[in-house]
Design a protein around this ligand. Structure first.
Ligand SMILES: Cc1cc2nc3c(=O)[nH]c(=O)nc-3n(C[C@H](O)[C@H](O)[C@H](O)COP(=O)(O)OP(=O)(O)OC[C@H]3O[C@@H](n4cnc5c(N)ncnc54)[C@H](O)[C@@H]3O)c2cc1C
Length: 494
């Protein structure tokens, strides 16, 4: 067993620089980190919507939030609005918040469901502060002791600027960056990676290699052949076309995901522009049709030519293999419907830190890393499939096929249990909380047949009062909050 003192990261996209910054920040002088990247190859250059755990990453890195918002041209994200997913012309929100407040053994939606059966027509989302703020375009961080007033948020940001920002920090902390094209990789006799050979012959050796080389998976796949589990039979979209456009006058504090006849379009508001893209199935649209559909559905002027990206949904079979850990696109890809890719980078590096092989790589640790990574990818996969599978669209073959497909057992079980009586269970370490599953199940059209009997333990009058009180509490902060744009202007002027 060789001790690990020198880590070599191949790739300087979002994944390379998150890995470099986090490893260096936490492990400090105990390891040397070298990052190799090639400007001639460049980065994928999309990936702009995030989820709340990114705030934890920034906080561990000691990043000042106001500075971060300025440097990365970021805006606030409170939710995703899904349009046309259940049926054309209708939309729902998946917020980072939760409706009402749950009682012990009885989640809020059971109370709501009983009230609904008694004739109350208030939407579940009216009890969710994130929804109310997203709807009204309002935001400021809320620091309340009572969890009912939590306002969880994430960011939309320019991923290129974020990588540059992390590069600046990483280099200050001692990460060495080498600009160069890797055109060969040498192995030890046992098959482990020994060094990268750059254009011009320079060799970069290391004990542990982190493959952040993007979809090409230069080390993990091209050299070590770690394999790939293809999930495109569940998630058939295999292309994206992306284009930036001019910013809107009013900046929405949420991402939009607009379904089309064979895919969906994202709209991500940044301070200086909007990010737009269409994720689609190449069996249904040609490149030209996809580009026309995207450009025809922009709400502001395009700022560049459309850029096409090919992918295959799935995961690297062994995300850690020998002395190579794959992070980012080299480790697998799930379409950006729930903005999970940058989170998967963060969580992979945290997992590596927890199992860091200072004294040498041990097979049981590698197996544990791979087990956890597999579970995490599969749980997110199921959540994404849910959006596609539970739809009531009859306008295209694509959506009808999605309804008919056989989904993973793990998802089928969840859907059946929820449809019966509204029960939701969070699997161990599932990234998505019950409130996320609830909103998407309901938004896609599953109304549970029944509710938990605890909801019957209140008189009708008491139930009404409780719900009215929850609603009033959730609405309270609204009048005091600035608009999202006012908040950004204030922070960015500082
Ligand atoms: C269409 C689309 C939309 C997305 N939207 C989101 C989103 O909204 N939210 C989200 O969280 N994520 C999103 N993602 C994912 C996100 O973009 C990526 O997870 C993230 O950018 C990480 O990419 P990466 O660093 O792994 O790879 P890349 O950005 O491809 O970087 C690869 C790096 O490897 C280097 N490299 C490769 N080969 C060599 C070589 N031979 N020699 C030297 N250097 C080399 C390159 O120079 C580059 O620096 C999206 C992805 C796609 C495809």
């Amino acid at each position: 067993m060789q001790t690990v003192r020198k880590v070599v990261i191949l790739g300087g996209g979002t994944s390379g620089w998150i890995a470099a910054a986090l490893l260096k920040k936490v492990l400090g002088a105990t390891i040397d980190i070298v990052l190799v990247e090639s400007d001639s190859i460049g980065t994928i250059g999309v990936g702009e919507a995030t989820i709340p755990p990114i705030r934890l990453l920034n906080s561990v890195l000691g990043i000042n939030e106001a500075e971060f918002l300025r440097e990365t041209k970021a805006t606030i994200k409170l939710a995703i609005k899904f349009d046309n997913w259940r049926v054309p012309g209708e939309g729902y929100f998946h917020t980072f918040g939760a409706p009402g407040k749950s009682l012990a053994f009885c989640q809020f939606h059971h109370l709501w469901k009983r009230a609904r059966q008694l004739g109350d027509t208030t939407s579940l989302w009216e009890y969710d502060l994130n929804y109310l703020c997203a709807r009204d375009g309002k935001f400021a961080p809320i620091t309340a002791k009572d969890t009912i007033l939590e306002l969880p948020y994430a960011f939309h940001f320019d991923a290129g600027l974020y990588a540059q920002y992390l590069r600046k920090l990483s280099e200050q902390w001692g990460v060495q960056r080498i600009e160069g094209l890797v055109n060969d990789v040498m192995q030890h006799p046992n098959g482990d990676i020994k060094n990268l050979v750059l254009d011009g012959g320079r060799e970069v050796s290391g004990d542990l290699f982190i493959d952040c080389s993007g979809f090409r998976g230069l080390l993990i796949q091209q050299k070590l052949g770690a394999g790939y589990d293809d999930w495109s039979h569940w998630l058939p979209c295999d292309r994206a076309v992306a284009v930036p456009s001019e910013r809107f006058d009013k900046t929405l504090p949420y991402t939009r995901a607009i379904a089309h006849s064979a895919g969906w379009q994202w709209r991500i508001p940044l301070q200086h522009r909007n990010g737009n893209g269409l994720v689609y199935s190449s069996s249904h649209y040609t490149e030209q049709q996809a580009a026309d559909l995207l450009l025809g559905n922009l709400d502001s002027k395009a700022l560049a030519d459309p850029k096409f990206i090919q992918f295959k949904t799935g995961r690297r079979r062994k995300q850690w293999h020998r002395n190579v850990v794959s992070v980012g696109l080299s480790s697998g890809f799930l379409e950006p419907l729930e903005s999970t890719s940058i989170h998967l980078i963060q969580s992979a590096v945290v997992r590596l830190l927890q199992l860091f092989p200072h004294q040498g790589i041990v097979s049981s640790q590698v197996a544990e890393y791979n087990r956890q990574s597999q579970l995490e990818f599969e749980q997110i996969r199921d959540f994404i499939i849910l959006h596609y599978h539970v739809n009531q669209r009859t306008d295209s073959q694509f959506w009808r096929d999605m309804q008919q497909m056989t989904v993973p057992d793990s998802l089928q079980r969840k859907i059946q249990i929820f449809a019966a009586n509204g029960s939701l269970f969070r699997e161990q370490n599932d990234l998505f909380l019950e409130s996320s599953w609830l909103q998407v199940m309901m938004g896609q059209g599953i109304m549970p047949k029944d509710y938990h009997p605890i909801a019957n333990s209140f008189t009708e009058q008491k139930l009404k009062e409780m719900l009215a009180q929850f609603r009033a509490i959730k609405q309270q902060p609204l009048s005091k909050l600035p608009s999202h744009d006012e908040f950004l202007q204030k922070v960015c002027a500082q």
